[in-house]
Design a protein around this ligand. Structure first.
Ligand SMILES: Nc1ncnc2c1ncn2[C@@H]1O[C@H](COP(=O)(O)OP(=O)(O)OP(=O)(O)O)[C@@H](O)[C@H]1O
Length: 327
């Protein structure tokens, strides 16, 4: 449903060139729900903007729903829904009128458009606000209106760029429900998000990009499994901790990272929850008993931190870069 080959986009400002997306090769099949993750400035929005025909690639190719994003822009646009980071609705219009203008722009006949609009207003709990000017709506209400606009044409492929930003937990849960339903109906969905729990809960596949290239592409559970559990062991003395760290190296199998700091040993190891009890018994039998043991399963944020050196929580908290007009 989405295929890119060496997809690249540079922006030039004065003498400076930013390589926002660098040779992306992607293949996303019909019906997949993919979370596209990465730190601020990783190239996520730029990729989405190329796939939705808003900006052309500098080089490389991309096809969406079988149409080339440069040669067949209109056909791509007919097949997709796009909810960008900015508000799509004109501020002075009433929500319902905005939906109608956008539906008509898609070529949907008036009666069908009216029915679809009622359906979407109800799905996103917007009936009460539909007849107010958009500028009087709260950020969350506007966000829901944006999403409704993106769904007007029953898109085959839906691109959601941080759809839940600005929504309260209740509306976020409602949005997730809508996304799940669309996915069940067979819509291919690509979403960027700074909420790892959201990616974890929704997406069958997680693609992590950084500096414009893909650095991981797998299911959330396999990514977590690859990283391994964190086993923390506390000892009575630093000498015990040092001996235990060396012993753990020979006892544990698989790619294992062991660090000692003071009287604590931290171990990152695959299936650590399973191996920790045996390790504790072994250490006690060798005269260095642990006085404390904790096992933490990895979160997607741990995976993200490991891959990018940054926590996505950190990047969610930092100021999001605003995009100017395409250079
Ligand atoms: N119109 C533009 N002109 C110049 N540079 C741009 C433009 N749009 C994006 N960039 C730069 O390209 C890089 C990738 O930006 P992009 O918006 O794709 O990142 P992102 O992964 O979506 O980040 P965020 O999580 O902050 O939304 C950044 O360095 C950004 O500053």
């Amino acid at each position: 449903m989405i295929r890119t080959e060496a997809l690249t986009r540079h922006f030039t400002r004065g003498k400076k060139t930013v390589e926002a997306v660098r040779g992306l090769d992607l293949e996303i099949h019909q019906g997949e729900l993919v979370a596209f993750l990465g730190p601020n400035g990783a190239g996520k929005s730029t990729t989405l903007r190329m796939l939705t025909t808003l900006i052309p690639p500098t080089s490389g190719t991309a096809e969406v729903a079988g149409h080339d994003v440069v040669r067949s822009r209109a056909a791509v646009r007919r097949s997709i829904g796009y909810v960008g980071q900015g508000n799509a609705a004109a501020f002075v219009q009433r929500g319902r009128d905005e939906l109608m203008s956008q539906a008509r722009a898609h070529g949907i006949p008036r009666a069908a458009a009216k029915a679809r609009i009622d359906e979407l207003l109800s799905a996103f709990d917007l009936q009460e606000y539909a007849d107010r000017p958009v500028q009087t709506l709260s950020g969350g209400q506007r966000r829901r209106l944006d999403i409704a606009i993106g769904l007007l044409n029953h898109p085959e492929v839906l691109f959601l760029d941080e759809p839940s930003t600005g929504l309260d937990p209740q509306n976020r849960a409602n949005l997730q429900e809508q996304i799940r339903r669309l996915h069940e109906d067979g819509t291919t969905i690509v979403l960027t998000t700074h909420y790892l729990e959201e990616a974890d809960a929704l997406a069958g596949r997680v693609i992590v990009v950084d500096h414009g290239v893909v650095i991981a592409d797998d299911t959330a559970s396999r990514l977590k499994e690859k990283l391994g559990d964190l086993v923390l062991l506390g000892f009575g003395t630093e000498a015990d901790a040092t001996t235990a760290a060396t012993r753990a190296e020979s006892v544990l199998s698989g790619p294992t990272l062991i660090e000692r700091a003071g009287t604590q040993v931290s171990i990152r190891t695959p299936r650590g929850a399973d191996s920790a009890p045996a390790l504790a018994i072994d250490l006690a039998a060798h005269g260095t008993p642990a006085i404390r043991m904790e096992v933490h399963s990895p979160t997607l944020d741990d995976v993200f931190l490991d891959l990018t050196g940054r926590s996505l929580r950190e990047s969610a908290d930092s100021t999001t870069q605003t995009e100017g007009a395409a250079a």
